[in-house]
Design a protein around this ligand. Structure first.
Ligand SMILES: [Ca+2]
Ligand SMILES: [Ca+2]
Length: 253
């Protein structure tokens, strides 16, 4: 069980780690389409803008928002997106059953597919989509016309949410990483029909064979080390003792 004190301290640690990581690997502002997943709800504790969560054990839930981030180069948020083909899966020992995917912002036009709920990577938990290049079982988001990715992310990048799905924690220990898997050709290479988007209102449609396309940073579970929690608790006690002498006790991790 994680106490409120330890959780707050853990949040600060994660934020610091994320800042360090962002310094080392800045988000690419290159033109193209990136499928970004973020935890946006559920019973798990969400950290770092949805990039991390702390499971409360089996039965804990995480709602994942699927966002299409489109970048151009002209400094105007005039990017749009229409088609996205792919799958979702988790890797790691924390088992996460995915399901209940729903389209958002009308990405359910003719020929869209919800994606099959199945353990296509054979690691013991349910995923959404299918293995290989086949169209069968893939998630396919499609809007009837190019849809604005107009929510600003940075100067040249905007985004639009295209789907939402749920994950249920199925194990009591372990860590997991969750991400989008683009549909590829039979050899794992780029497939032109895997996505369609538009940049800078330049009259061209962009696809994975004519532009940059891929997943964003994964959503990962955060598992505080017991020793770190102990140190954090002691730190909290010290801080508390300084502010409220005689009224502080050791938090139980
Ligand atoms: Ca699986
Ligand atoms: Ca633009």
């Amino acid at each position: 069980m994680i106490t409120p004190v330890s959780r707050r301290a853990a949040r600060r640690l994660v934020a610091a780690a994320a800042t360090t990581l962002a310094t080392l690997t800045p988000f690419s502002a290159d033109a193209g389409l990136i499928m970004d997943l973020r935890a946006i709800g559920g019973s798990a504790t969400i950290l770092n803008g949805g990039k991390n969560f702390i499971s409360a054990g089996p039965g804990s839930t995480i709602t994942i928002g699927v966002f299409a981030r489109v970048s151009g180069t002209n400094g105007i948020h005039d990017e749009t997106v229409q088609d996205i083909f792919g799958s979702f899966a988790s890797t790691g020992s924390l088992l996460l059953n995915m399901g209940n995917l729903q389209p958002v912002n009308a990405f359910d036009a003719s020929s869209y597919q919800l994606g099959s709920v199945q353990d296509f990577d054979s690691d013991g938990d349910l995923d959404i989509g299918s293995a290989g290049s086949t169209i069968t079982g893939k998630w396919f988001a499609r809007s009837g016309a190019p849809t604005s990715a107009g929510t600003p992310v940075d100067l040249n990048t905007g985004e639009v949410q295209v789907a939402v799905f749920n994950m249920t924690v199925m194990s009591s220990t372990g860590a997991a990483s969750v991400n989008f898997i683009p549909r590829t050709n039979s050899t794992g290479g780029n497939l032109s029909v895997s996505a369609v988007w538009f940049q800078d209102n330049d009259g061209h449609s962009y696809t994975p064979t004519s532009g940059s396309y891929g997943p964003g940073a994964p959503v990962t579970s955060f598992v505080p080390e017991p020793a770190a929690l102990g140190l954090l608790s002691l730190g909290s006690i010290a801080l508390c003792a300084r502010r409220r002498p005689g009224k502080c006790s050791l938090a139980t991790p």
